[in-house]
Design a protein around this ligand. Structure first.
Ligand code: PAF
Length: 290
């Protein structure tokens, strides 16, 4: 695996692969890799000849008071994991290489629909930061495909929409959430949890599972969501949102059969997010419109 920091070097190496007709996959990351990231690399390996991972803790997607400075940086362990997983190129630029004129002077990409509400509501500007850096990485790598985890479901929806809206010739592949044995979705931010908080954390996923079962049975939606929020609060979380949306993150309607439960909640120092797909019965019609 080659590790590159330099944009010109990255471009010239990838140009050679492209000229040979090889398909290129990109896996964008912020490092501190876990099995969820390795599943993205495995997916990329399946779909392409050359796998490029980027590792860049993107300051533009962190709001004031968020964890940019404390974000775990584990570069050499990440490098070893990527190389062992069969990644061909690791691109890890500096902040000044990607944003030479500083963040304030930087052209930004704004997706105005699916990035509204949910995490976009609680983290203003977050998805502009994600869309901007991802489109920059797409321009630098020019991948045929790019893999993103479904844990960040809204991020995946924003990127799919951005690629469609801007006619970028890239297939976006969503990769299933990787969970610990107790159900907790793997996340770099799980490392912020104390032992006791870590023991509580799977309540988030268990709550989503109970809600899914309740909604499948036809329980009233609003009441079920309120009950789920109460369960999270009682367990020690500070819920940010617990919502049911359609698969494109629009509001559910009488016709919605396939939906997503999406949750974000703070537990101690960590803000955890998770989601679960739900199949709604026809009887959800009345409760969805109430
Ligand atoms: O999901 C992430 O780790 C980041 O949001 C991404 C896609 C690498 C952009 O910085």
């Amino acid at each position: 695996m080659r590790t590159l920091r330099d944009i010109d070097q990255l471009r010239s190496i990838l140009r050679e692969h492209r000229l040979r007709g090889q398909r290129i996959a990109l896996v964008p990351t912020m490092g501190n890799l876990h099995a969820g990231h390795l599943a993205l690399i495995a997916c990329a390996r399946k779909h392409a000849d050359i796998v490029v991972a980027s590792l860049f803790v993107n300051p533009m997607q962190f709001g004031p008071g968020e964890d940019l400075d404390g974000y775990p940086r584990t570069f050499s362990a990440d490098q070893t994991q990527l190389s062992d997983a069969g990644c061909d190129v690791l691109f890890s630029p500096t902040v000044s290489a990607l944003y030479p004129n500083g963040l304030d002077a930087q052209t930004r990409v704004h997706e105005p629909v699916v990035g509204e509400g949910l995490c976009g509501g609680s983290r203003p500007g977050h998805f502009d930061g994600v869309s901007t850096v991802v489109s920059m990485l797409f321009n630098l790598v020019q991948p045929d495909i790019a893999c993103f985890g479904e844990k960040d479901y809204q991020q995946l929806a924003v990127i799919r929409k951005m690629v469609r809206d801007l006619h970028m010739p890239i297939d976006i592949i969503g990769v299933t959430i990787v969970r610990a044995d107790d159900g907790l979705a793997l996340s770099s931010r799980n490392g912020y949890l104390s032992e006791q908080e870590r023991a509580t954390a799977p309540v988030l996923y268990r709550t989503l599972c109970s809600l899914r079962d309740a909604l499948k049975r036809g329980d009233p939606i609003e009441a079920a969501l309120q009950q789920g929020t109460a369960v999270l609060s009682d367990a020690g979380f500070t819920p940010d949102y617990l919502e049911l949306r359609d698969l494109m993150l629009g509001p559910i309607s009488a016709d919605t059969r396939h939906a997503m439960l999406l949750a974000a909640a703070k537990l101690g120092p960590a803000r955890l997010i998770d989601n679960l797909r739900v199949e709604l019965p026809a009887s959800a019609i009345n409760t969805a419109t109430k």
